[in-house]
Write a protein that binds this ligand. Structure first.
Ligand code: XMP
Length: 329
């Protein structure tokens, strides 16, 4: 492992605001030294790691940081808006918002194989990011929200791996990774001290391909919209529980079943989608159990979800991992 990628044994675990502030001060100094008067480019998804990384770099070098937020159409309800609000307005960073929704969804149309979907999403993401980068002049650094578990899990290769995904003409960027020696809980404490909103700092894990792996099979825009609405309901209601599960979300399989709607007092049959509610507890995502959700909460979600156009059925997934994976794809 590279020397700078090893967490010193003497490094204290960042568990409170005072320690977070000390870390922030230290990093601001180090970032200013590393970056000088050059520019840094960062792909900002709105996830906790990239957000904390962006907030730190922006505190250190202000407008020398350029963030690119790619909206691939597979984000959760309200996420792109929050990135623009928090980083565009509150932190006042140089933020390039790219609406690439059509590009992603057009490329995904008719593609049902999960790994193929992931590949398409990953490739277009790199293409869009690279196109934006090429429009800019004088960028020397690439900011990345690499955290310590990424380094441990990939034996230090993840960072290089990610750069490896970029086209050749963009591989000479030097990396800026201010949180690379931190564990996830520490990243959250630092994020809070930096003034990031709680729902950004404490948000549950969300896969890179986003809702793409939860809109099962070939993604259609109407089914994806139904999923996004259902997901917002589930996040809201389960989020109110005194103890929230590790991850909770919806999936929407590519099947329809019979429903009934009353028109002028007369029952009319029609075909609609089934929304699946999934909630899991896990330590490492390798195995997962299913927590109890009060039946009244399930019913409250059901009553709202069946009002979403096209949806006529709500299911509660009680499968553990193994045998089921956490995601549906
Ligand atoms: P599975 O479905 O394999 O998921 O039980 C384990 C954890 O990994 C997340 N996950 C992903 N994260 N890209 C990601 O960044 C992916 O393609 C992906 N697939 C699954 C999943 O949300 C869960 O937390």
């Amino acid at each position: 492992m590279e020397q700078g990628n090893v967490r010193p044994e003497t490094m204290e675990r960042i568990t409170n605001e005072a320690l977070a502030n000390a870390f922030i001060e230290e990093q601001i100094k180090a970032l200013r030294e590393q970056i000088g008067d050059k520019k840094v480019l960062l792909a900002l998804s709105g996830g906790v790691d990239s957000s904390v990384c962006a907030a730190l770099i922006s505190k250190a070098v202000g407008k020398q940081l350029i963030c690119v937020h790619v909206n691939h159409g597979l984000l959760r309800k309200g996420e792109p808006e929050q990135v623009c609000e928090v980083f565009g307005k509150q932190f006042d960073v140089n933020l390039i918002y790219v609406d690439a929704i059509d590009r992603f969804l057009d490329a995904l149309a008719g593609v049902s194989e999960p790994e193929q979907k992931r590949k398409i999403i990953g490739k277009i993401f790199i293409d869009v990011f690279a196109e934006e980068a090429r429009k800019l002049e004088g960028v020397s650094f690439l900011g990345q929200g690499t955290i310590y578990p990424d380094i441990l899990e990939s034996h230090g290769v993840k960072a290089h791996h990610n750069v490896g995904g970029l086209p050749e003409d963009m591989q000479n960027f030097e990396l800026v990774e201010p949180v690379k020696l931190l564990y996830k809980d520490e990243v959250r404490v630092v994020g809070k001290a930096l003034g990031l909103p709680d729902n950004m700092v404490y948000r549950q894990p969300f896969p890179g391909p986003g809702l793409g792996v939860r809109c099962v099979g070939a993604i259609t825009r109407d089914r994806l919209e139904a999923l996004r609405e259902a997901d917002a309901i589930v996040r809201e209601e389960i989020g109110k529980l005194p103890e929230t599960p590790w991850q909770y979300f919806c999936a929407i399989p590519d099947i329809v079943s019979t429903g009934i709607r009353y028109v002028d007092g007369k029952g009319v049959r029609y075909m609609g989608w089934a929304v699946v509610i999934r909630a899991v507890n896990t330590v490492d995502a390798v195995t997962a159990t299913v927590p109890e959700i009060p039946f009244s909460v399930l019913c409250k979600m059901r009553d709202q979800i069946v009002k979403i156009p096209g949806v006529n059925r709500v299911l509660w997934d009680i499968s553990e991992k193994p045998v089921a994976t956490i995601e549906w794809e």
